[in-house]
Design a protein around this ligand. Structure first.
Ligand code: ATP
Length: 140
């Protein structure tokens, strides 16, 4: 079994998509090992997305990610990392509506920035992101 970090971003929370997204997670065979609602501050958001710090959209991304609470979840199943990425769909929610109409971003997101969910993209980032929010040991 594998674990990954799933996050419902502020637009997902404010759009009241939390229950729908959790339903998709559970119906897809994941278990939710841990969850926590957090308000990111600018420092946290900058650190979490540090790989994008040179991108032109970075200031806007930090503003978006700090505009309200996020729900972070450690979710577990076999192939959790790639299966969760497949469920959320392409980064640009507007394109997702065309190419992956059943994806979570197509259903709940609205743009290339406001795409309602996050998923770790590799085992290394999953480990980093899980410990970012939940510490190095993941008590269950
Ligand atoms: P995430 O890492 O959040 O799961 P991702 O891997 O699909 O998303 P990345 O390329 O890592 O996408 O970008 C991180 C986040 O930055 C995106 O989820 C989105 O919110 C924002 N973002 C990405 N590209 C753009 C863009 N061109 N314009 C505005 N915001 C963007």
């Amino acid at each position: 079994k594998e674990r990954t970090l799933a996050m419902i971003k502020p637009d997902g929370i404010y759009g009241n998509f939390t229950n729908k997204i959790k339903q998709v997670i559970l119906q897809s065979g994941f278990i939710i090992v841990q969850e926590m609602m957090v308000q990111l501050d600018v420092a946290n958001a900058t650190l979490f997305y540090s790989e994008h710090s040179e991108k032109s959209f970075f200031p806007s991304l930090v503003k978006y990610m700090t505009c309200g609470p996020v729900l972070v979840m450690v979710i577990e199943k076999t192939n959790a990392i790639s299966d969760w990425r497949a469920l959320i769909g392409p980064t640009d929610a507007r394109k997702a509506k065309v190419s992956h109409p059943n994806s979570i971003r197509a259903l709940c997101g609205s743009s290339s920035e406001r795409n309602c969910v996050h998923g770790s993209d590799s085992p290394i980032s999953a480990a980093r992101e899980i410990s970012f929010f939940f510490g190095d040991v993941s008590p269950v």
